[in-house]
Write a protein of this length. Structure first.
Lengths: 366, 387
């Protein structure tokens, strides 16, 4: 079990860590830039937003995936975007940038350094999703069947429909709401009309039953970077730091047949460890790549009907694989810093049927 | 926050071989992890979090294998984290796991690193199939030539390292290569691969895994009281620098220097040659032993090869290096860094068997990756205040 989050401060502490700047790249179906170029821009943007230069950054951590890039050691070129000279304390996770932020947060908790940048990046346009995504599955029992995230998501959606957790109409409504909300998001790749004809959507052929085109995320090239700092430095640099008050992640069994797919158990455990329920949440940015995942996650994270979900449009509006989760945390921080919210959360996921989940709770100055 | 102490109480590794076709990927990591838990006298349910490290997913053809390996590593309902920092990844994996304990996030953390190179073509993947499979030897050969040119080292130094590490491996039951008949002459007679590196001066391609159990001060003290001495982490660090630009020195990289200084400062080491009892360096090609001795300030510039030539770095020398047989004897790439870090811990725990350095109290371990640009290093000791 994840331990209870020791960073939830009853009173301000030197060990409090805040998000003090971020940058999200344009979200495009196919970028002309390299991954390093995308990262160069968001690292510069995040440093500008935080009012620092690269020289002020003590630790960097990137999240990316060789298979998405189509090349082994693809992250090595991305170090040029960091500007790691003189050499930096640095790390890389073959995970979404949200986990890179987690490593950076743990690194700052050690207390000897003050400022870190976490990044996430993916150029999905380079990859053939049908070729690579089965490779994410058990190589002996699942991959040979051609099983991929989409097929298993469809099975999960079917279970939720049978269970009455969600209806196809509600799924379509989630898609319409997300893409309509995305109209105010300058980073969105796909937007839509709030008055879209739900019946017309439901009349379309499934891509993989019961999932229709509107239930799926777009294929996106994109990157994001987030700057965090320990309290003293954060308060020097920033009038309105966004405090990370809970941060945890959790995994569960890989085999879909060994899990109850009507629940997102590891999401529930991550939320519990991050202390989501300790105070009201106003906004949740969820890594819902498929419409049916939203009610599942809302239930698992213990979010009430008053919680605004994915005002950015979420992954259904832009899904830069390996950065999608980090973008959720940046969006949640934006809700606190720029939209007057007090407490929000960002969520990230990885693997088939929400196998692995991360929750980051952010709060404004108290 | 002051670091909380972190102890290593369990170490496990697989039998390293060219082809472990007797086990699946899950079976391979579980073999190492089970042995580490057994060593720590802990059960799977005692572990709070798992950190998994490996080099490129293209080596085995499994993308984000932490998803599939969650089941084999007992990580259901726990945090599972995946690190990839090229060849240094095994070291970084141990360091990331130790931070989870040092910050008080978790009390008991399992770090596992592996590579099952027989599942794919590592040479092909190293160049992503695009570089004519230049491979690591081809990439590092110019750096080694540059070292020889700069230091004036006699050409026998490389073969001496190759012989020493393979003889050490004969004492390590887990080592892959067992070259009982190796000699300076046989090394020099072996085919030239990437001048100056010959076949017998090159690492093998191995299947293997390594696992380490980390715990807090209470866990370390309990193990000590139960007669199972822990290794305590005195200091650890990582550094990265860009691959190539005018002014970078890949023979003695600034990243290696900063990483070493950071570890020495944390550990209170002012004279590593005198204060450290033995060291595991990441030496995939023979010449990297003298190069890394110098780049990490264990030897003065130009002194590294003299240490080799004098026999100082032999198992019975005054500064043993790669007692386990090193990367030259076993190289499951993703695990190779953690194997170095684990061997240092085994030594200060007094559990290195036939390759034990008598009375080892303080040991260093280092790993590096990509174009000699990612560095990880730690110092471990038999007590928290060894000096």
């Amino acid at each position: 079990m994840p331990t209870t989050d020791p960073a939830t401060p009853a009173t301000p502490s030197d060990d409090d860590i805040a998000i003090i700047g971020w940058s999200v790249s344009p979200m495009e179906r196919r970028t002309a830039k390299t991954e390093a170029q995308m990262l160069l821009e968001v690292v510069s943007g995040a440093c500008d937003d935080a009012g620092i230069t690269r020289a002020d950054v003590d630790f960097t951590c990137a999240g990316s995936c060789d298979y998405v890039a189509g090349q082994a050691f693809s992250f090595v070129q991305n170090i040029d975007a960091v500007g790691a000279w003189p050499p930096k304390h640095d790390s890389h996770v073959e995970m979404d940038g949200a986990w890179a932020l987690y490593e950076a947060w743990v690194r700052l908790l050690l207390g000897d350094i003050d400022v870190a940048v976490a990044m996430g990046s993916g150029r999905s346009s380079t990859a053939d999703p049908a070729l690579i995504y089965p490779m994410e599955m058990d190589p002996y029992l699942l991959a040979p069947l051609g099983t991929d995230v989409l097929s298993l998501a469809a099975l999960q959606a079917q279970l939720l429909l049978a269970d009455g957790t969600v209806t196809e109409r509600q799924m379509a409504e989630i898609a319409v709401r997300s893409r309509s909300d995305a109209r105010t998001n300058t980073h969105a790749q796909v937007t839509g009309d709030a008055g879209a004809d739900i019946d017309a959507l439901l009349a379309t052929e499934p891509v993989r039953a019961p999932l229709r085109r509107h239930d799926l995320p777009p294929i996106t090239d994109g990157a994001a970077a987030v700057v965090i700092a320990r309290r003293e430095r954060a308060e020097q640099l920033c009038a309105n730091p966004v405090w990370i008050t809970g941060f945890a992640h959790c995994s569960e069994l890989h085999y879909p047949g060994a899990r109850d797919l009507r629940r997102a158990e590891s999401a529930r455990l991550a939320a519990e460890a991050a202390g989501v329920g300790n105070a009201p949440v106003e906004v949740a940015e969820l890594h819902t790549a498929f419409t049916h995942e939203e009610p599942l996650l809302v239930e698992a994270l213990g979010l009430g009907p008053e919680v605004v979900v994915n005002p950015s449009g979420g992954p259904l509006a832009a899904n830069p694989t390996m950065a999608t989760g980090l973008v959720r945390i940046a969006e949640a921080a934006g809700q606190v810093r720029d939209h007057g919210r007090q407490r929000a959360l960002g969520h990230a996921t990885s693997g088939p049927c929400l196998q692995q989940n991360l929750v980051c709770v952010v709060e404004g100055n108290r | 926050m002051a670091h909380q102490p972190c102890a290593i109480v369990g170490i496990g590794q697989t039998q390293h071989k060219s082809r472990r076709w007797d086990v699946s990927l899950g079976g391979l990591v579980r073999e190492a992890a089970s042995r580490a838990l057994e060593d720590a006298e802990l059960d799977w349910t005692d572990i709070d979090a798992v950190v998994l490290g490996k080099a490129p997913d293209l080596f085995e053809g499994v993308m984000k294998p932490e998803l599939y390996l969650t089941d084999a590593l007992g990580a259901h309902g726990k945090p599972m984290f995946r690190v990839h920092t090229a060849g240094s990844v095994g070291g970084t994996t141990g360091i990331v796991a130790s931070h989870l304990v040092e910050t008080g996030r978790h009390a008991r953390v399992l770090a596992v690193a592996y590579q099952k190179q027989s599942e794919g073509n590592a040479q092909f993947a190293l160049g992503s199939g695009k570089s004519g499979s230049l491979g690591a030897g081809g990439a590092f050969a110019p750096y080694m030539r540059s070292y020889i040119h700069r230091s004036g080292a006699p050409l026998d130094v490389g073969p001496m390292v190759a012989v020493k590490d393979r003889r050490n491996a004969l004492k390590n039951p887990y080592a892959h290569l067992k070259l009982a008949d190796i000699s300076i002459d046989s090394v020099k007679a072996s085919p030239m691969m990437w001048d100056p590196v010959r076949y017998l001066e090159s690492c093998p391609s191995s299947d293997g895994a390594c696992a380490v159990v980390f715990t807090d001060r209470a866990g370390g003290e309990a193990a000590a009281q139960a007669g199972r001495p822990p290794a305590w982490i005195l200091g650890s660090s990582v550094r990265s620098e860009p691959s190539s630009f005018p002014g970078r020195d890949p023979v003695a990289p600034v990243g290696a220097s900063l990483c070493a200084h950071d570890v020495y400062r944390q550990a209170g080491i002012t004279d590593p040659r005198r204060q450290v009892d033995c060291t595991e360096l990441y030496v995939p090609f023979s010449w990297y032993e003298p190069m890394w001795l110098e780049a990490h300030h264990i030897a003065e510039p130009g002194e590294g090869w003299r240490m080799v030539e004098r026999g100082d770095t032999q198992l019975d020398g005054d500064f043993p290096v790669n007692m386990s047989g090193g990367v030259l004897s076993s190289n499951p790439i993703g695990a190779s860094g953690l194997l170095r870090f684990a061997e240092a811990a085994l030594q200060v725990r007094g559990q290195a068997g036939e390759h034990q350095v008598d009375g080892a109290r303080v040991a260093l371990a280092q790993a590096y990756g990509a174009a000699a640009q990612y560095f990880s290093m730690w110092a471990v000791a038999s007590s928290l205040e060894p000096f």
